[in-house]
Design a protein around this ligand. Structure first.
Ligand SMILES: *[C@@H]1O[C@H](CO)[C@@H](O)[C@H](O)[C@H]1NC(C)=O
Length: 208
């Protein structure tokens, strides 16, 4: 599998602690990593009562043209609307960032299998996907989950994701409202938008 040359470098070097602590720590970290690396699809939940809710509620995110979109409900590969996001968490390998944020990775194609980072474009607030060089100058995290491990958060917030309609194509694209002001300056304000929550739906593990 081609892993965007980044996962290998993401394994932390553990130095300067005793062997016993080292063994203990790595065991705990391994268990933690295993949970974090369980793959999931991302489904949308809308709590608004508005008439637009049906455009997004219960639908699954897909990836196309470097961006993240609302796809069909329960979408599975192959999906004409885009590659169905299949994600997991791992630290973003950038030692310049302190603390190192948890990143969100998705497979983005089958053949050859390729993993990319999902990030928030700092200039447009769009959710996008790309390799390390495409993503590093943008907001790459911290991604996380809520206490019940179902909700997806970015920068500890789960309420800032917004689906915005392109009035020509009627496709709904996912943004992150970093300034919490309805994406003023990023999206033409006459466009239709819906606040959405993102939820992890675990992908069934392949039979061993
Ligand atoms: C990273 O992605 C960019 C496009 O966003 C591409 O031009 C570049 O070749 C990719 N780099 C690697 C190492 O795959």
């Amino acid at each position: 599998m081609v892993i965007g040359l980044l996962l290998v470098t993401a394994i932390p070097a553990v130095t300067g602690i005793s062997q016993a602590m080292h063994a203990q720590r790595t065991r705990e970290e391994r268990l933690k990593d295993e949970k974090r690396m369980k793959r999931f699809n991302i489904d949308v939940v809308c709590e608004d009562e508005g008439s637009l809710t049906k455009e997004a509620d219960g639908k699954r995110l897909v990836l196309k043209d470097d961006r993240v979109w609302i796809g069909p409900e329960m979408a599975m590969q192959p999906c004409p609307e885009g590659y169905v996001a299949e994600c997991f968490y791992i630290e973003y390998p950038d030692t310049e960032r302190n603390p190192v944020p948890l990143g969100l990775v998705s497979q983005v194609q089958d053949d050859p299998p390729l993993l990319n980072w999902i990030y928030v474009d700092k200039d447009t607030m769009e959710l996008k996907y790309g390799n390390k060089s495409a993503s590093i100058q943008h907001h790459v995290g911290p991604w996380d989950w809520t206490a019940d491990e179902v909700g997806i958060t970015f920068d500890k917030k789960r309420k800032r994701f917004v689906a915005v309609e392109n009035p020509k194509t009627h496709k709904w694209q996912v943004y992150y409202d970093m300034n919490n002001d309805g994406l003023v300056g990023y999206v033409p304000q006459q466009r239709r938008g819906i606040q959405i929550y993102l939820k992890r739906t675990l992908v069934p593990e392949p039979e061993a």
